[in-house]
Structure formats: structure tokens, C-alpha cells
Design a protein around this ligand. Structure first.
Ligand SMILES: Cc1cc2nc3c(=O)[nH]c(=O)nc-3n(C[C@H](O)[C@H](O)[C@H](O)COP(=O)(O)OP(=O)(O)OC[C@H]3O[C@@H](n4cnc5c(N)ncnc54)[C@H](O)[C@@H]3O)c2cc1C
Length: 392
């Protein structure tokens, strides 16, 4: 989508900052009530962490993706389905996580008395039942973007919110030009708000709280194995026998597939965490990656032989507790035309937090897609046999 040039005097109804899952959900819902809106993105493209990445096995999620089976997951997916007007067919699947112990893979039953410091982050992936949907998160963001009808402004990093008389009036882009709007919805990192908002927006105590919380950096590794490694689709929680300063990792193997050269290969995705304060130290990141590989090799001795592809992704501030007091409608108390969509604000984290925070804001802005008709996608092969169904 190209961005139409607007005069510097133009005032949008809504400016949404950040085109990750949260921002795209809100932009999508708002575009059903106005087209005078702009989605502002600092990166080259939309999707944030849930953008598609191109790999030798085709487009995949940007790192490991997993949804625990809970009522809140179902609720958040129901909201997404209404936005997409598409049935994602969420299915709960029993899938006991595994760990490697005493020479074999065993059901993982928890960390016992020795939980890692990033227990909360890791434990999200360790439930015995997960939800699978018929589209992957990177496909959700593509669909949300396809259905969005406002302006899109990529490579536009918001460096300041400008305000007067308790109203945010514009954002400064890349330290230069301004975009004006009547309302602003911020869906970027919560910690960055301390430096982006007008001086009087947050008290010194509130600013200190934003930056003082502990943030974890995710260290992610994708591997393309030269052969099929396992049939197991279980989440693997791998840790060494000796406790070192680096904690366990989680990961899983995707379905093995035959490539165009006739060779069957298998893709796997892994993740561990390091303290945000240490994540600028490349040695710490390197050691964390080495430990992940060591654990995979321990469980599957030939899995790392002759690999042709690996992808490393380091994500600072993967998670943290964004402690910021908001009004009940999720706007700032001091600037009430500015809503906060960042998922770290939500009591739920990750994709759930993103969807639930987006839903709260859509309800508050009067654009919740409640009652939208949800259509079932009929797979090509069975399209002739079954008539297309539609549910609400
Ligand atoms: C590797 C990895 C694996 C994950 N795995 C899982 C999982 O298995 N299950 C799960 O539930 N969750 C998982 N998560 C977490 C989940 O993906 C995120 O919580 C969710 O994507 C957050 O969406 P968001 O839109 O709030 O933020 P983001 O995806 O971070 O999007 C924010 C967007 O805002 C833009 N932006 C930020 N600041 C500015 C600014 N000042 N100006 C302009 N643009 C700005 C960014 O460029 C970005 O595009 C994972 C995350 C990562 C990184």
C-alpha cells in the first residue's frame, strides 16, 4: 500500500503508532468507521514481531509461536476472527511438553524447586494443551493489513508526541516532519514512552517505574536440519544437567518436508532469555546460543550435522511489566486523546495480551467488531464436496 501525500496541515481522525498485531487489529477495526486514519510504522513493513519471514522452507513465523489452551486464548481468538471475518478454527490439542533427562526424552513436569528467573516467560510455552489455528500468526497480520483501508506510513519512527492543553496534537516523525491527528493510539514499546511523551504527561515516579522494571531479551534460533529429526510436535524444554547462569530453552520441530531437490529436511525454532541489562554484551548472547545448540545436540546427537541454514533473532524487551496507570478506557490520564495499546500493559502477555489490549481499545473507541459475520475457509481439495459454511 503506498502512502498518499497529504498536506502538512492535514489532520487525521486517528494516528496509530506501530503496525504489529495490536496496531493492525485497532487500525483494521477503525478503518470500518473512517478512512481518515494513518498507521505509522518505524520499520520497513507491517506485522512487528508477527511479520512473515522468508526461509528456505517458505514463509514462516518470525520465531517460535505457541498459544496455550485457555479460555482467554479462545476469547482473544474470537475477537480476531470477528476482525478478519474468518473462522480460524481454533482447536485445542493435547501435547505434553518434553525434556531430556537421564539419556531420554521424558514428559516435562515443571522446574520444581529450581525455576529459572524468566520462569513466567518460559512457562507460557509449557502447558499440556495448546491451541492450533488454520492460519499462522504471520498470516493473520497479512490479512489484517489487506483489509485495512487507511494510509500506511512505513519507515516513520515516532520520535516525539507533541501536545498542548492536555491534548496530543501531532507526532514528530524521524525527528523531522509532523503528522497531525485528533486521536493517537500508541502500540510500540511501553518503556520508550518515558522519552516520547511531552514532559508533563508522566510524573517522575511514573517514568521511573516504566524504566525500572525488569525486561527480558529473547534470544531465538531457527535451524534447518539436513534430515528429519523427529516426529514429535511437542514443545521441548531443554536444560543441561549442570545449572549455569544461562537458563533453559524452549523450542519445537515443525513438520518435515521434502524440498525441490528431493531431500527431506526439518525446520525447528528455539528461544531462551537473557536479562535485558546484559543483552548488549555479545558474549552473553553468543553463550546463550551455544547453550541452545548444546542442548539440542544432547537430545538429538545428529540434528546439527550438515545444516544449511540458521537464523538468529535477538529481541530486546521481549517482555516486561509495563507499569503505567491508565484511565479505565485505556487512555493517558493527562492526555485523554492518547490510548496505549502496548501489550505489556495487559495482565496477559504475548499474543494474548496484544489481542486483548486491542479488543479493550476497540471497545473504548466504539469500533469493536462485535457480531461480525465470520466465514469458514473451505480448503481447496474439499471445496467441491462441502458447501461453504458460514457462522456468526
Ligand atoms: C521471537 C518471538 C517469539 C514469540 N513467540 C510467541 C509465542 O509463541 N506465543 C505468543 O503468544 N507470543 C509470542 N511472542 C510475543 C508476541 O509476538 C508479541 O507479544 C506480540 O507480537 C506483540 O504485538 P505488538 O503489536 O504489541 O508489538 P510488536 O509486534 O512489537 O509491534 C510493534 C510495532 O511498533 C513499531 N514501533 C515501535 N515503536 C515505534 C515508534 N516509536 N514509531 C513507529 N513505530 C514503532 C515496531 O517497529 C513494530 O512494528 C513472541 C515474540 C517474539 C519476538
Amino acid at each position: 500500500m503506498s502512502t498518499p501525500r497529504k498536506s502538512s496541515q492535514h489532520v487525521y481522525d486517528y494516528a496509530i503508532i506501530g503496525s504489529g498485531l495490536t496496531g493492525l487489529c485497532i487500525a483494521n477495526a477503525l478503518s470500518k468507521i473512517t478512512t481518515n486514519l494513518v498507521l505509522i510504522e518505524g520499520g520497513d513493513t507491517f506485522g512487528g514481531f508477527n511479520r512473515s519471514v522468508s526461509t528456505p522452507v517458505g514463509l514462516t513465523n518470525n520465531g517460535l509461536r505457541y498459544l496455550p489452551s485457555t479460555d482467554l486464548t479462545q476469547k482473544s481468538l474470537a475477537f480476531l476472527e470477528m476482525l478478519l471475518t474468518t473462522n480460524l478454527n481454533p482447536q485445542a490439542k493435547e501435547c505434553q511438553p518434553m525434556n531430556y533427562e537421564s539419556g531420554g526424552l521424558k514428559p516435562f513436569i515443571g522446574f520444581g524447586d529450581n525455576p529459572p528467573p524468566f520462569y513466567e516467560e518460559l512457562n507460557y510455552f509449557a502447558s499440556t494443551e495448546r491451541i492450533e489455528t488454520n492460519l499462522e500468526p504471520h498470516e493473520w497480520t497479512q490479512l489484517l493489513f489487506n483489509n485495512y483501508t487507511g494510509d500506511f506510513s512505513p519507515r516513520s519512527f515516532v520520535t516525539k508526541f507533541n501536545g498542548e492543553n492536555s491534548q496530543i496534537t501531532s507526532v514528530t516523525i524521524n525527528g523531522q516532519k509532523k503528522i497531525n491527528a485528533h486521536n493517537f493510539i500508541y502500540c510500540g514499546e511501553i518503556k520508550a514512552l518515558a522519552g516520547l511523551l511531552p514532559e508533563d504527561a508522566l510524573s517522575a515516579k511514573a517514568k521511573a517505574k516504566l524504566t525500572k522494571n525488569q525486561y527480558w531479551t529473547a534470544v531465538c534460533l531457527d535451524l534447518l536440519h539436513a534430515e528429519k529429526v523427529t516426529d514429535s510436535a511437542a514443545i521441548h524444554v531443554l536444560n543441561g544437567t549442570t545449572q549455569d547462569e544461562l537458563g533453559p530453552c524452549v523450542g519445537r520441530f515443525l513438520n518435515a518436508a521434502e524440498s525441490s531437490d528431493g531431500v527431506t529436511r526439518q525446520y525447528s525454532q528455539w528461544m531462551t532469555f537473557v536479562d535485558g541489562e546484559e543483552s548488549e554484551d555479545t558474549e552473553v548472547i553468543g553463550a546463550a546460543l551455544k547453550k541452545v545448540k548444546r542442548q539440542i545436540k544432547r537430545a538429538y546427537p545428529t540434528a546439527l550435522d550438515n545444516m544449511s541454514f540458521e537464523r538468529i533473532l535477538v529481541v530486546p524487551e521481549y517482555s516486561g511489566h509495563g507499569d503505567l496507570k491508565l484511565s479505565a478506557n485505556q487512555s493517558l490520564a493527562t492526555y485523554q486523546n492518547m490510548w496505549i495499546g502496548s501489550n505489556t500493559i495487559s495482565a496477559q502477555k504475548n499474543i494474548l495480551g496484544a489481542l486483548l489490549q486491542a479488543e479493550l481499545i476497540c471497545a473504548s473507541l466504539g469500533c469493536h467488531p462485535l457480531g461480525a459475520q465470520v466465514t469458514t475457509i473451505v480448503p481447496q481439495a474439499s471445496a467441491q464436496a462441502d458447501s461453504p459454511a458460514s457462522e456468526s
